[in-house]
Design a protein around this ligand. Structure first.
Ligand SMILES: Cc1cc2nc3c(=O)[nH]c(=O)nc-3n(C[C@H](O)[C@H](O)[C@H](O)COP(=O)(O)OP(=O)(O)OC[C@H]3O[C@@H](n4cnc5c(N)ncnc54)[C@H](O)[C@@H]3O)c2cc1C
Ligand SMILES: *[C@@H]1O[C@H](CO)[C@@H](O)[C@H](O)[C@H]1NC(C)=O
Ligand SMILES: *[C@@H]1O[C@H](CO)[C@@H](O)[C@H](O)[C@H]1NC(C)=O
Ligand SMILES: *[C@@H]1O[C@H](CO)[C@@H](O)[C@H](O)[C@H]1NC(C)=O
Ligand SMILES: *[C@@H]1O[C@H](CO)[C@@H](O)[C@H](O)[C@H]1NC(C)=O
Ligand SMILES: *[C@@H]1O[C@H](CO)[C@@H](O)[C@H](O)[C@H]1NC(C)=O
Length: 527
């Protein structure tokens, strides 16, 4: 009887989201209750603005201060699902009441697209669904969307000293967003990216059904590996293959300032870094630092490396391929894979690995903006100098030059929805960070300038961009509507030749475009 009643009122109250009424909101909340079992009380998962814990629940996973707005009048509620049925109910009840949802796992979206909308919306927050089960014998794991990378890395290391997973560097990044956007990290040259090791997934579709790889089919399974999950459904969990690493790896971090010949070393780096043995990942990070005289600023390029082998072998490789860096044995540290994840996250040597489990819940302290580029031929020294000059106009900005090559040259661009594979020397991430709200306009302007200065030296037609380094400047739609023309602009940069198939998959699985946001994939059936 209860079931029937629920269904009735869903059908009757189905409205367009142009106008969400008080009644819709009440019905939404009622619908959540009758679509879930008292065994898993959903009231405990619902935070609406009158709950005293609403703000803390909101800020805990709001990572970019630029989009921090706990008084957002459009935000109806946060559903921090504690059970899969809460996810299913949120999708069904939001849809039937014309309310948009934003899906949030770790909240690291660079443009806040997991927690903002200009229309009435609900945040479906996944952080409570974070279990991880590792099976060492089959070298596989199930990871729920709300797990963070630090938890995944810790669990893997507890289970085995020689297993790992190729994913990102920041321990608080969420598995939900990170993996569905590609998942890039320092094992890329040897093992590719996260989506290359996803073998199954659980997803709640637009009808509130839980699908796995077999029941969703290969098209949808292909799309959520790199196409971004939020256009297609809610990822509940991933099944991943773990990869083998030696018990001891080697890392180093050395700096070269412009005065110490950074430009020359980095020029040579551009030529060799994608051709080094696959077990060596050598990232270069141009950064602003203090110059020799007080008050002076200069650029220091930090070279961060990870090698799947001993310091001795690494020294030989470096001497042969990049002697200009002047690497010394004492710069190298041998350690476990788990300890390398700490090293990359910049924790001082000797820090307890328990920090990898930290989920800081304080409001975000900083504003930031990121951008990305792919580079296919070396940037001439003249171009590098122009880039340095622009960087020096910022107070705080850095770049990551992340080498490609290795298996990335061997995996076809259409194997997953993530398309940026063969032919790239490296990928650039630009990142500006500031703590004074008044500096926002100046920083955003400078980031556009830096991107403009780099234009002649990077990929073009389209100028490729990495979905996980979300950037609304490459094109975006208003929250409530999806212009296909606009979507083709950002879509072609993020997905290249895979965009067409993504639109086709979208049309098949979410024809009414319920799962939409500013950079979602529009439902367009291929002819
Ligand atoms: C400090 C920092 C370091 C980073 N380092 C790296 C790195 O090393 N490598 C790298 O590849 N990227 C990196 N990123 C980018 C990061 O991978 C992306 O921001 C990623 O989308 C974050 O996932 P999330 O779950 O934390 O984010 P969220 O903000 O929760 O989500 C991001 C996007 O995914 C969607 N989404 C989230 N969960 C789900 C779900 N369960 N189902 C469907 N859709 C979902 C959201 O709606 C949104 O569109 C970094 C970002 C930051 C801020
Ligand atoms: C929010 O408040 C409502 C009404 O008082 C209550 O039922 C619900 O349990 C609260 N939610 C949480 C997560 O505490
Ligand atoms: C490297 O540069 C950073 C700033 O970019 C600085 O903080 C650090 O001390 C430098 N390290 C060395 C070893 O010079
Ligand atoms: C890892 O780091 C911890 C804490 O610094 C240290 O005690 C341990 O010896 C390290 N182990 C390896 C194998 O690197
Ligand atoms: C990828 O493209 C190749 C060549 O264009 C084609 O043969 C292959 O079937 C495609 N693979 C997928 C998974 O679409
Ligand atoms: C930012 O600007 C406001 C208004 O102009 C001013 O009152 C405030 O002091 C400024 N803050 C800082 C940190 O400069």
């Amino acid at each position: 009887m209860k079931e029937v009643l629920c269904i009735l009122f869903i059908v009757i109250l189905s409205v367009s989201d142009a106008k969400v009424t008080k009644q819709n909101i009440e019905n939404f909340l009622k619908c959540l209750r009758c679509r879930t079992s008292p065994e898993y009380p959903i009231t405990e998962a619902i935070y609406s603005p009158h709950n005293s814990t609403f703000v803390s629940s909101y800020v805990s996973y709001t990572k970019n201060k630029r989009y921090l707005n706990p008084n957002d009048k459009n935000l109806i509620a946060i559903v921090a699902a504690k059970h899969e049925s809460h996810v299913q109910a949120t999708v069904v009840c939001a849809k039937s009441n014309g309310i948009q949802i934003r899906i949030r796992s770790g909240g690291h979206d660079l443009e806040g697209l997991s927690y903002i909308s200009s229309l009435p919306f609900v945040i479906l927050d996944m952080h409570n669904l974070r279990s991880i089960t590792i099976d060492v014998s089959t070298k596989k794991a199930w990871v729920q969307a709300g797990a963070i990378l630090g938890e995944l890395y810790t669990k893997i290391a507890e289970a085995s000293k020689t297993l790992a997973f190729p994913a990102g560097v920041c321990p608080t990044v969420g598995a939900g967003g990170h993996i569905s956007g590609g998942g890039y990290g320092n094992l890329i040259r040897k093992y590719g990216i996260s989506v290359d090791h996803v073998v199954d997934a659980q997803l709640v579709d637009v009808n509130g059904k839980i699908l796995n790889r077999a029941s969703m089919g290969e098209d949808l399974f292909w799309a959520i590996r790199g196409g971004g999950g939020a256009s297609f459904g809610v990822i509940l969990s991933w099944k991943i293959n773990l990869v083998e690493v030696p018990e001891i790896l080697t890392v180093f971090k050395v700096n070269k300032t412009l005065q110490q010949g950074a430009t020359n070393v980095l020029y040579k780096w551009q030529i060799v870094s994608s051709k080094l043995p696959q077990g060596l990942f050598l990232r270069a990070m141009p950064d602003i630092t203090n110059g020799e005289k007080s008050g002076d600023k200069t650029i220091a390029v930090k070279f961060f490396a990870q090698f799947l082998g001993s310091a001795k072998t690494l020294m030989e490789i470096m001497k042969k391929n990049l002697p200009e860096l002047g690497l010394k044995r004492e710069d190298c540290y041998e350690m476990s894979w788990l300890n390398t994840t700490m090293f990359w996250a910049n924790y001082p040597m000797g820090t307890s690995t328990s920090v990898l489990l930290d989920r800081p819940s304080d409001p975000p302290g900083a504003f930031y903006k990121g951008k990305s580029d792919y580079v296919k031929k070396p940037i001439p020294k003249k171009g590098m100098k122009k880039i340095w000059k622009t960087m020096l106009k910022f107070n705080n900005v850095w770049m990551q030059w992340n080498p490609y090559g290795g298996v990335m040259d061997q995996i076809p661009a259409n194997a997953t929805a993530f398309p940026h594979r063969k032919g790239n020397l490296f990928k650039i991430q630009y990142f500006a960070l500031w703590i004074d709200a008044n500096a926002t306009d100046a920083n955003l302007r400078l980031m556009k300038k830096l991107y403009h200065v780099a234009e002649p030296y990077v990929s073009s037609n389209p100028r490729e961009a990495f979905l996980n380094y979300r950037d609304v400047d490459v094109g975006s739609n208003p929250s409530g509507e999806t212009s296909v023309e606009e979507a083709e602009i950002y879509g072609s940069k993020y997905f290249l030749g895979n965009l067409k198939r993504l639109m086709d998959v979208k049309a098949k699985y979410d024809p009414e475009n319920f799962f939409r946001y500013e950079q979602s994939i529009p439902p367009v059936l291929a002819m």
